[in-house]
Write a protein that binds this ligand. Structure first.
Ligand code: SAM
Length: 330
């Protein structure tokens, strides 16, 4: 007998959603994501090949995973990302595939992604004011807006915008972001800053709780709780009837019920299964993939990861980041 909490398994909680980071490389350098001057990208041969990723997806669907998200780093900096998406979407047992992107390369690839069968994308947009966007990401917000327009025109019909809240940097963007999303009929989610990076990205000065963001929106317009599920995430949604808009709040640190409905696991760019974003535990799948894929061994490692999934994250517990977010995939 031991006193640690009983492990979760696929039966006690349906874990059916895998986020796949296809690269740790990124064409932006967000304040909250990469340490300044970071160049320690994973060696190319350590990154799983598309074929290996499909083996992992097959092992996942065999265990009941149905939903997948392709992320990174920036997934659109990896060559032929749309071919991989097409293959993943076509794989038996795969019911939903979404893409997470910063949108910078989206206008160039939206059509190919739509042709690959992609219908759902989450696009990071932390500010609409160009100077603030540049300060946070180093990039050009006009490219992201062009990417959003191209994705909509190409038929990627479910688009959500994600904005990470940073006190002293983008709190004055809360209302402009709401107006922008409403004008494009897009769902917007505000996300609390999480301590995931290699350096401390979160401190008492820059943390901006979603409760404050909610108040900022409520001071401008009426908000009605919306219990409809908009996707698979832990966001609490509100309808804004005066704007015909929907806004979500992801309280990764302040929402004490945050982990209760977590149905996700993550595959890092270098091939480890991570049962929880906010816990260092990982299981390396490479021994089951190289020199050749071994389905029985992959299954065993997946089952181990399901058993290891903690009941809740450790972010509130003096969590010390030890991985860049770009490798984990957010
Ligand atoms: N490059 C893509 C993008 O920008 O969406 C996908 C990868 S990114 C790591 C996935 C998500 O994680 C983005 O919405 C990003 O804003 C979010 N993210 C990254 N670091 C974060 C942090 N420290 N706290 C909260 N969210 C973070």
């Amino acid at each position: 007998m031991h006193n640690s909490p009983a492990p979760l398994d696929a039966v006690s909680r349906p874990v059916d959603y895998l986020r796949i980071s296809i690269t740790d490389r990124c064409n932006e350098r967000c304040l909250y994501c990469l340490p300044e001057g970071f160049t320690a990208w994973t060696e190319r041969e350590e990154i799983l090949t598309y074929e290996e990723l499909l083996h992992v997806a097959r092992a996942a669907t065999a265990l009941g995973f149905r939903k997948f998200r392709v992320t990174g780093g920036e997934p659109l900096v990896r060559r032929n990302a749309s071919d991989f998406l097409a293959a993943l979407i076509a794989q038996p047992g795969v019911e939903h595939v979404g893409l997470s992107t910063n949108g910078i390369r989206l206008s160039a690839s939206a059509r190919a992604l739509a042709e690959a069968g992609l219908r759902s994308a989450n696009i990071s947009l932390d500010a609409v004011e160009p100077a603030i966007y540049r300060r946070i990401t180093g990039g050009n917000v006009r490219e992201v807006i062009a990417g959003i327009e191209a994705a909509q025109a190409a038929g990627i019909s479910t688009i959500k915008l994600n904005a990470v809240l940073i006190r002293g940097v983008n709190e004055n963007q809360i209302w402009p972001l709401v107006q922008f999303a409403a004008s494009r009929e897009l769902i917007l989610r505000f996300i609390e800053l999480m301590p995931v990076s290699l350096t401390s990205v979160l401190n008492e000065e820059n943390f901006f709780p979603v409760g404050e963001a909610k108040k900022a929106v409520a001071s401008r317009t009426a908000m009605i709780p919306d219990l409809t599920r908009h996707g698979n995430g832990p966001a609490a949604y509100y309808r804004l009837p005066e704007l015909s808009a929907t806004v979500g709040f992801i309280g990764a640190l302040t929402d004490l019920h945050f982990c209760e409905t977590c149905n996700k696991m993550r595959l890092t760019a270098d091939g480890s299964i991570r049962p929880c974003l906010g816990n260092h535990g990982e299981i390396d799948l490479k021994p089951a993939l190289r020199p050749r894929a071994d389905a029985a061994r992959l299954r065993k490692l997946f089952l181990q990861a399901l058993r290891d999934k903690p009941r809740e994250h450790s972010f509130r517990d003096r969590y010390q980041p030890n991985r860049v977010m770009t490798a984990i995939g957010g």
